[in-house]
Design a protein around this ligand. Structure first.
Ligand SMILES: [Zn+2]
Ligand SMILES: [Zn+2]
Length: 264
């Protein structure tokens, strides 16, 4: 079964190395030229978020292998978009757009459903924002997401190569819009025409519910504009990040974050 997961080695290696390279570069640049003053104990903050990422990788590897196997098996039985008389590139673009649309819907559901918010709030409980926040998710949020998206991916005929291609484009965008890198406002405005920009996603991490229930896009900002969830304001200097009553040091520990969805 694992051969399917590890097939297409070039694309897999390219996708993973791009993720690591972008993450490291953004970490260096936001250290040299931060948009907002550097948080105290930056390394400790990164250590916590990266421990969550490492734990997720360890716990979720078997489910990723199983998912690759199911998608491959299902595509042989039902090609989905593969049946359309389109060039392979057009089919891949269509599938990638549909995956990104699903990511938008999924993210919005996480904010609009009390049960899902329990898990997603772990991501929002980060009192500061930098590239490492893009890796801070509760493993159960990812697991539920995988379970729900599997039938949809089977329906459209998505294969492991489409997921890898999507990850190749989406992950650097997610790392970029979480980063604390300082870019000229005009460049941020230009970027948000296509992708969720750092300022756009920073507003999504506001403590105010009226602000954090907006800007759900992962790779493209198109969906927020299309479905009326796009929000922006000129000055974010007064923005308070995170969640009320979640910034205390005892709440910003690995075990406390893993327990958070089960707290009353
Ligand atoms: Zn969110
Ligand atoms: Zn985020």
């Amino acid at each position: 079964m694992a051969e399917i997961f590890f097939s297409i080695p070039d694309l897999r290696i390219f996708s993973y190395s791009t993720t690591i390279a972008c993450g490291v570069l953004l970490w260096i640049f936001e250290g040299i030229n931060p948009c907002f003053s550097l948080q105290k104990r930056r390394n400790l903050h990164a250590k916590l978020n990266m421990s969550m990422a490492a734990l997720n990788l360890l716990i979720l590897l078997p489910s990723a292998i199983l998912m690759a196997f199911i998608l491959e098996w299902s595509r042989n039985a039902w090609p989905g978009i593969g049946m359309l008389a389109l060039p392979p590139v057009a089919k891949a673009v269509l599938i990638i757009l549909l995956i990104d649309l699903w990511m938008y819907v999924w993210h919005r559901l996480n904010h609009e459903t009390a049960f899902l918010w329990r898990f997603h709030s772990v991501h929002h409980s980060d009192p500061t924002l930098d590239v490492t926040t893009s890796w801070r998710f509760h493993f159960l949020e990812i697991l539920i997401s995988e379970l729900l998206r599997l039938p949809l991916f089977m329906l459209v005929g998505a294969g492991i190569e489409h997921l890898l291609l999507y990850s190749l484009f989406m992950t650097p965008v997610i790392e970029f819009h979480h980063s604390n890198i300082s870019i000229p406002p005009a460049l941020d405005r230009l970027a948000r025409l296509i992708i969720p920009s750092p300022m756009m996603h920073r507003l999504h991490h506001s403590r105010l519910r009226s602000e954090h229930d907006s800007n759900y896009g992962s790779m493209l900002s198109l969906w927020d504009r299309l479905f009326g969830s796009f929000m922006m304001r000129d000055n974010l200097d007064d923005l308070r990040l995170g969640l009320d009553h979640e910034s205390e040091p005892d709440k910003q520990q690995l075990f406390a974050l893993l327990q958070r969805p089960f707290r009353p």
